[in-house]
Design a protein around this ligand. Structure first.
Ligand code: FAD
Length: 299
């Protein structure tokens, strides 16, 4: 990054070199970011991108759906975990959140104000930006359903407004153009006439605690569900719960969750993912596609 020193002097945000990414993903694994940037606000993000055209950019939200490889990430990781958290409520249920806003907080805030439709976000430990990139969802809902428009920035720092109809939205997938990143989204919500959104949230959270290894280092479901079946059932049917490679093992509570022990390498996790794919294909003739995104380089 040619202008590293001069950019660093002129910003309020946090720009550093050689930063371990272990604290920036929920598996707590992975190597270093060559450069790591947490912008103070949207204007600063734009300024940064305008001045760093010579470097590869990778966006990270809460790191709850990525496997960062042990060799780390070349270029600059822009992380929104601690930033871009502004929101605005305009008339009657029109909510705009910046991309760093947490999904859980979006669920709580809208439910508290009596608006329904986003309760399912309460158990998704990601940022809004990550949720939009993944089309995160559960309990029959997905994040794009109530979106009307989004703002993106591109790698040159240009702000772009797009409507939901500009995207093809699929199962844990959206056709985001390379080099474009979400910076905010607007939701159009309706009053929940039954006024039970907060009860719905309590039920969802209880259900998760019963079925998932909440509180342990994971990335949620590792694999997408294939058509007409569940990845967890396929893995469980092969008796793989508890199977371990290095410090990574398949949760005994939910077979689609991989848990990482302290000091696990991402290589262990990746080997375990490959092993599961191989076994399920051999025995069931089903290829399990990963939901989790692999980023960075091997050692
Ligand atoms: C315990 C647990 C439970 C989970 N339950 C669910 C669930 O029920 N449903 C579900 O769908 N997911 C679930 N997940 C997975 C994960 O929380 C979601 O996919 C979440 O939306 C990811 O958001 P993030 O901010 O952590 O994204 P990250 O993991 O940081 O990034 C994910 C991908 O999005 C890209 N990205 C991040 N921010 C941006 C941005 N601003 N613009 C463009 N691209 C960006 C990254 O480069 C990466 O490719 C769970 C995870 C855990 C740990």
């Amino acid at each position: 990054m040619e202008k590293y020193e001069s950019i660093k002097k002129s910003i309020k945000g946090n720009l550093r070199r050689n930063v371990s990414l272990k604290n920036y993903n929920t598996w707590k694994v992975g190597g270093m970011a060559e450069y790591f940037f947490e912008p103070f606000d949207l204007n600063e993000l734009i300024f940064f991108l305008e001045n760093t055209k010579d470097i590869k950019i990778t966006f990270l939200g809460n790191g709850s759906n990525v496997l960062i490889r042990d060799g780390g990430i070349k270029g600059c990781v822009i992380c929104l975990k601690e930033t871009l958290k502004k929101y605005e409520i305009s008339k009657n249920g029109i909510y705009t959140f910046e991309a760093g806003f947490s999904c859980m907080k979006i669920a709580q805030l809208t439910a508290k104000n009596g608006y329904g439709g986003l309760e399912f976000l309460c158990g998704i430990p990601g940022s809004l930006g990550g949720a939009l990139a993944m089309n995160a969802g559960c309990y029959g809902g997905n994040v794009w359903e109530k979106v009307s428009k989004v703002f993106l920035v591109n790698e040159s720092g240009k702000l772009i407004e797009k409507s939901k109809n500009d995207f093809v939205i699929g199962y844990r997938n959206v056709n985001l153009e390379n080099g474009n990143f979400f910076v905010s989204a607007t939701f159009e919500l309706e009053k929940n006439k039954l006024n039970n959104s907060q009860d719905i949230i309590k039920d969802y959270l209880k259900d998760r605690r019963n079925k998932q290894p909440t509180g342990q280092p994971s990335c949620g479901s590792v694999f997408k569900n294939p058509d007409n079946s569940h990845a967890a059932n396929l893995i469980d049917s092969l008796g793989l719960k508890g199977f371990k490679i290095g410090g990574a093992y398949i949760s005994k509570k939910h077979a689609n969750f991989i848990i990482s022990e302290k000091n696990t390498s991402s290589e262990d996790i990746e080997k375990l993912i490959n092993h599961i794919q191989k076994k399920v294909y051999q025995e069931k003739k089903v290829f399990l596609e990963t939901e989790v995104k692999f980023i960075g380089n091997d050692l």
